[in-house]
Design a protein around this ligand. Structure first.
Ligand code: ATP
Length: 232
């Protein structure tokens, strides 16, 4: 579905990602994992054109390397950034409506609101609350919900568990598995344990490069992963 070929990413003259190539298959959860500062967010943001890059990005066979983010959204690629950037002064409902504003999603907006609220019933109880007053976990649910409002085929989720109480992040990971029934997912995560238990395949990023890849199960059983990342 999505192919990344020889991605190199730059902040000014500083290179942060080297020669990263991978493929996302329709219907899977693909995890991009690694420690703080490894380059995971940079990879995501390079895909959607927020960080300068060389290399090619293809979506369903078409080259989208230079496509602006709003055009990507129209094709069905939705990016949920880390840090849950919801609009704090808007209500939960208003945040969702804003997420459903592109050409692709406008007509089916009501159906998507129902889908999002069925997926995250907590949001249903807080529709008229200001997003800024929600807990961290609820804001993350809203950020994902807003991403879903664009009716994506591919959802790029950046660190959905960042700074969230464990009980809520467990709930969010369960929901991600539910969402996968409808939508292909790329999941960036520092919490390997969680990510590897729900992903189909994963890529490990170390110092801006892919160091390892495999199925979730193979990576969970890998000695390097166990000793460096899982503290076993
Ligand atoms: P995190 O979980 O902290 O987001 P990450 O794996 O997503 O970690 P990145 O945020 O992609 O890592 O950072 C990769 C490298 O790029 C790091 O060395 C970081 O210092 C550098 N970097 C990130 N953002 C910028 C920026 N805006 N300007 C300069 N360097 C940056």
């Amino acid at each position: 579905m999505l192919q990344i070929d020889k991605l190199n990413s730059f902040y000014g003259n500083v290179q942060a990602v080297w020669d990263v190539s991978f493929e996302v298959k329709e219907g899977e959860i693909l995890a991009i994992i690694g420690t703080n500062g490894a380059g995971k967010t940079t990879i995501m943001q390079s895909i959607v054109g927020l960080v300068s890059k060389t290399g090619a990005v293809k979506f369903q066979g078409n080259d989208i390397s230079d496509m602006p983010a709003h055009k990507m959204a129209e094709l069905g690629i939705s990016y949920v950034p880390e840090g849950r950037k919801v609009f704090p002064e808007m209500t939960v409902m208003e945040n969702l409506v804003v997420g459903g504003y592109n050409k692709r999603s406008r007509a089916g907006r009501q159906d998507m609101i129902s889908y999002v609220l069925d997926t995250f019933p907590r949001l249903k109880e807080r529709l008229t609350n200001l997003a800024g007053n929600l807990s961290g976990g609820e804001q993350q649910m809203l950020a994902i919900g807003r991403g879903l409002m664009a009716r994506p085929r591919l959802l790029l989720l950046d660190e959905p568990s960042l700074g969230i109480a464990p009980i809520l992040s467990d709930e969010i990971f369960k929901k991600i598995v539910e969402i996968k029934k409808e939508i292909t997912i790329v999941l960036v995560e520092q919490h390997l344990h969680h990510a590897l238990s729900i992903c189909d395949r994963g890529y490990v990023i170390e110092n801006g490069r892919i160091s390892l890849d495999g199925t979730g199960e193979a990576l969970r059983n890998n000695r390097h992963i166990q000793s460096v990342y899982l503290g076993m």
